[in-house]
Write a protein that binds this ligand. Structure first.
Ligand code: NOJ
Length: 543
């Protein structure tokens, strides 16, 4: 496999609205991010994935873009953006921009023009259809945010198509003029010195709606090859696609270097295991055996072809320590255990802001305290169809997107030091105990555990390129595996439960002296046939 710089990189995702507010307006901004670059450098990350900072009416917090080449005033100016790029690059950190081109905002000049002037060249930038004979919607495709994907436009007496909110009309990727405009814009950003793109819901751009196809259409991969050729293909950039429907077979199509598409994709198979019938508003407990099977399958399948991205959470998902660990008594132990489980796998790890200090889900008491458009839409849709208020509040607490979007906790001062003003969304009330200042002061904190994991990845090529061999596959509480190459052999063992449990190691590993690489209790110096793991105990050793 040809080596690439992003193979041994670790990416940190920033959701700018919630990261750090420098001017007291309650909204995080670019100067806030610049002020924390030394903190990120200290953590050891190589890349920042910046969620959208472009001009936007913020119907979906910036995933609804009205000008791809301007910065939203609440985040700063293009000069601030240039300063961020310069300051990050000076510290060896690259900035990956979020590319949202499945749709624009309804305030994008293309859509404004398309709506006002049916003869304009921009009309066909979007997807318009007539109503059925009785005024019905053209098809029964649903929006991912709830309700029909078709919105009636009174002025034009036609429906337009939107897979997200009605203020996010889908671009028509069947029109080559759209490609040219998007590619031009991407090249402009590449010229600004960015490190790559995270491609928002990219599996949807090959849609053929008259055939009822939205994700993974036949048109998708040729489109990505065209994009690659017209933009980043001959540059040394990281590109990661958000692809909810990807299987390992599909992921190879995207990420096999010979196909000239993307560096890697985010797959979500492990995430949706705790959603009953694929519905995030019906959470169900984690089955660890299934979880291991899925992650092992991805590790093995992409061994020689393609590349994995590794993540537990992002701005759309609940906080990992609340989801798969324990956010009370064993918060620190379990956060470290989850970090170790992920960071020893093969692929590029992603850390979501606040994960490195063990931030938790938030349980707001009232629906009014939530801000997310998806949460609020589904609350309405579901309670309207008979689901109880209590069920929904509970499901929102489990899986809602605002769990990840409450402001970052920098210290124990008001609003966790995120802002001098009033934050756009309330801060999680646990900030006095869980914050960056506290973490930096405590040599045993989750922060330093992440710092150590990142350093280990750089020091041991086996973590980046070695084989992944699962261990104890049917154990219901332990996630264990080996990593091996010609030079090194590492064993990683993680207890996913709050109980002490016994494990039995296979004979080829047992009764051997070893070197501890990382642990969340004491260092381990020998592996024995029978071992007792304490609650959430986790370690990696080198044989
Ligand atoms: C996926 C993004 O991650 C999410 O936050 C957004 O709402 C949708 N795409 C629509 O852009």
């Amino acid at each position: 496999m040809e080596k690439r710089w992003w193979h041994d990189s670790v990416v940190y995702q920033i959701y700018p609205r919630s990261f750090c507010d420098s001017n007291g307006d309650g909204i995080g901004d670019l100067q806030g991010i610049i002020s924390k670059l030394d903190y990120l450098k200290n953590l050891g990350i190589d890349v920042i994935w910046l969620s959208p900072v472009y001009q936007s009416p913020m119907d979906d917090n910036g995933y609804d873009i009205s000008d791809y080449q301007a910065i939203a005033p609440e985040f700063g100016t293009m000069d601030d953006m240039r300063e961020l790029l310069d300051q990050a690059n000076a510290r060896g950190i690259r900035i990956v921009m979020d590319l949202v081109v499945n749709h624009t905002s309804d305030e994008h000049p293309w859509f404004v023009e398309a709506k006002q002037n049916p003869d304009s060249e921009y009309r066909d930038f979007y997807i318009w259809r007539d109503a059925g004979p009785n005024g019905e919607v053209p098809s029964d495709i649903d929006s991912i945010f709830g309700g029909s994907a078709w919105q009636w436009d009174e002025e034009n007496q036609q429906y337009f198509f939107h897979l997200f909110s009605k203020r996010q009309p889908d671009l028509n990727w069947e029109n080559p003029a759209v490609h040219n405009k998007v590619f031009e814009m991407m090249n402009w950003w590449i010229d600004q010195g960015i490190g790559g793109f995270r491609l928002d819901v990219i599996d949807l751009i090959g849609k053929e709606i008259d055939k009822g196809i939205t994700g993974n259409g036949d048109r998708l991969h040729p489109l990505l090859q065209k994009m690659n050729q017209a933009t980043f293909g001959d540059k040394d950039l990281l590109t990661v696609g958000e692809t909810w429907g990807a299987t390992p077979e599909i992921a190879k199509l995207y990420s096999n270097p010979e196909r000239n598409e993307l560096s890697m994709v985010f797959q979500f198979e492990h995430i949706t295991l705790t959603w009953e019938n694929g519905d995030k508003w019906q959470p169900k407990p984690l089955d660890l055996v299934e979880f291991k099977q899925v992650l092992t399958k991805w590790q093995v399948e992409l061994k020689n072809e393609g590349w994995n991205s590794l993540f537990w959470n992002n701005h759309d998902l609940p906080r990992v320590v609340s989801k798969y660990g324990c956010d009370k008594e064993y918060r620190i132990k379990s956060a470290k255990m989850l970090a170790t489980t992920l960071h020893f796998m093969k692929g590029t790890p992603y850390i979501y802001q606040g994960e490195e200090i063990g931030m938790t889900n938030v349980a707001f008491e009232s629906i009014e305290q939530y801000q997310d458009i998806e949460t609020l839409n589904f609350y309405k849709v579901k309670t309207g169809s008979g689901v109880s208020h209590e069920h929904m509040l509970n499901a929102i607490h489990e899986n809602g997107r605002d769990n990840a979007r409450t402001p970052m906790h920098w210290n124990h001062e008001a609003h966790g030091g995120f802002t001098q003003g009033t934050p756009w969304i309330e801060v999680n009330p646990n900030y006095p105990e869980i914050n960056v200042a506290q973490a930096l002061d405590d040599q045993y904190s989750i922060f330093y555990h992440y710092q150590q994991l990142i350093a280990l990845r750089k020091a041991h090529p086996v973590i980046v390129y070695g084989d992944f061999i699962p261990l104890l596959e049917s154990h219901p509480q332990v996630f264990a595996y080996e990593r091996k190459d010609q030079d090194e052999h590492i064993v990683v063992i993680n207890n996913f439960s709050s109980e002490s449990i016994e494990i039995e190691l296979p004979s080829h590993l047992a009764n051997q002296g070893c070197t501890s690489l990382i642990a969340n209790y004491e260092a381990i110096e020998t592996l024995n046939t029978a071992m007792t793991l304490r609650p959430y105990e986790s370690f990696a050793v080198k044989l």
